[in-house]
Structures are given as C-alpha cells and as structure tokens.
Design a protein around this ligand. Structure first.
Ligand code: ADP
Ligand code: NI
Length: 217
C-alpha cells in the first residue's frame, strides 16, 4: 500500500507532466502555490491535510479552460486516484471538491460544502489576489487577447458564465468583476486574514495605475 506521502509525490509528477507547459497563468507553479497554501490553511483550520493537498494538486486537471473534454478529464483523474491507492471515500471527497470549487463568474449553484473544500477553494482564490493575482490577470488577459484597460468599458454586474468567459473585457475590468470580490468570498478565518492584505495591495495597485494613466504620477 502507498503511504499518503507517496501518493502526494506521485500526484505531483502526474500534474507536473500535464501542466508544466501551460502558459495562461494556470501553470505548474500556480498548482504548487495553491497546494502549499492549502496545507498552511488546513493546519490552521484543523482540516485533513492529505485531502487538502491532494485536491489542491489535482484541482486544475478538470478545469474547463484547460481541457475541451471535462468528462474525460474527470475520468482521467478518477482513474489516476484509483490506480494510485486513494481510498474510495477520499476519491469521492476530492472529486466533490475539484468539481465545485471553480469561480466561473461567481454564480455557481453547486458549492463546496466540507471544511477541506473551503480550504482548497480559499487557497485557489488567494492566488488570484495580491501581487501574484495581478500578474496572473495580466497574463491571462494577454493570453486571450484582451486589452489591459479601456476607459470606455465599465465592469459588469452579476455575470453569467458565458459573459464571464466571453472575452469582452479588459484586465482592469477583471479586478472589479472578480479579484476585488474575493475578499468577501473567503470561507475560512485564516484565509480572510491573508485576503485582507492582498486586497489592500490590489487597491494600491489600481490607484497607482490610474494616476499613471492620467499622466499624474
Ligand atoms: P477558476 O479557474 O477558479 O474558474 P478563473 O478562471 O476565473 O477561475 O481564473 C483563473 C485565473 O485567471 C485567475 O488568476 C483569474 O483572475 C484569471 N482570469 C480569469 N478570467 C480572466 C479575465 N477575463 N481577465 C483576466 N484574468 C482572468
Ligand atoms: Ni487554480
């Protein structure tokens, strides 16, 4: 039987192979950061560290942005867990987390509902905030041919999933449509504390951005 540490090690290899060449901001290092943050939060919140770390490692393997066949991607992850000694209850828990945690415009009806789900979702969301979050938004925007900023375009409210993915936005609009909303969407107290600092950094960045845009600073 594989130990939990061995399963984690194998999961790292599995995901690294799949994502190491990804260029839209969902690269391997995103996974690495989310997994690390998930462990930190799990320890603080008293969640199951193994479940959190494994779900964090696997969370983008079923992302609709990275695959054109979600059902197949999901089956792939299930098969991988089966052949690598993850128990059936742990498999079910991890599938539950990674299929429900994605932001997709913020109006998802299926929500994570376990402490481990809260932790992994918070870890993923924290990576969309702060200095790294800004880098990722700019990277994703460029990757999808979106402009940095257009003063004639204003942020939209209550986005449907189609609108969210439509491409008719700018990197700066994304701050308002997602990044600045994340602070109030954290599930755990530990993440809320970290989110505050990252949120303030987003605001500071925007202030400098507009000042430079206007030629004032
Ligand atoms: P999830 O994969 O959880 O559904 P997203 O797809 O919204 O989350 O985001 C993944 C990363 O890409 C995040 O860092 C996010 O801020 C960035 N991103 C997603 N959509 C946009 C966009 N329209 N403009 C800029 N960055 C984006
Ligand atoms: Ni992610």
């Amino acid at each position: 039987m594989l130990s939990q540490a061995q399963i984690i090690e194998r999961a790292r290899d599995f995901v690294y192979q799949a994502l190491s060449g990804e260029g839209s901001g969902h690269d391997w290092w995103h996974i690495e950061r989310v997994a690390r943050m998930a462990v930190t939060l799990a320890e603080k919140e008293g969640a199951d560290v193994f479940i959190c770390e494994l779900a964090a490692l696997l969370h983008d393997m079923v992302d609709d942005k990275l695959t054109d066949n979600e059902a197949e991607a999901l089956q792939n992850v299930k098969d991988w867990m089966m052949t690598n000694g993850v128990s059936s209850s742990d498999r079910a828990h991890i599938i539950d987390i990674i299929t429900k945690m994605s932001f997709k415009g913020g109006n998802q009806t299926d929500k994570v509902s376990t402490l481990e789900g809260y932790v992994v979702q918070d870890a993923d969301r924290l990576d969309a905030m702060g200095a790294i979050g800004i880098a990722r938004a700019m990277c994703y925007s460029g990757h999808t041919n979106r402009p940095i900023h257009d003063p004639s375009m204003t942020p939209r409210d209550n986005l449907t999933y189609e609108e969210y993915r439509s491409g008719k936005d700018t990197a700066i609009m994304h701050f308002y449509e997602k990044l600045l909303t994340l602070k109030n969407r954290m599930n755990t107290d530990s993440a809320r504390a970290l989110a505050k600092e990252r949120h303030d950094f987003l605001l500071l960045y925007l202030e400098q951005f507009y000042a430079e845009w206007e030629g004032k600073r």
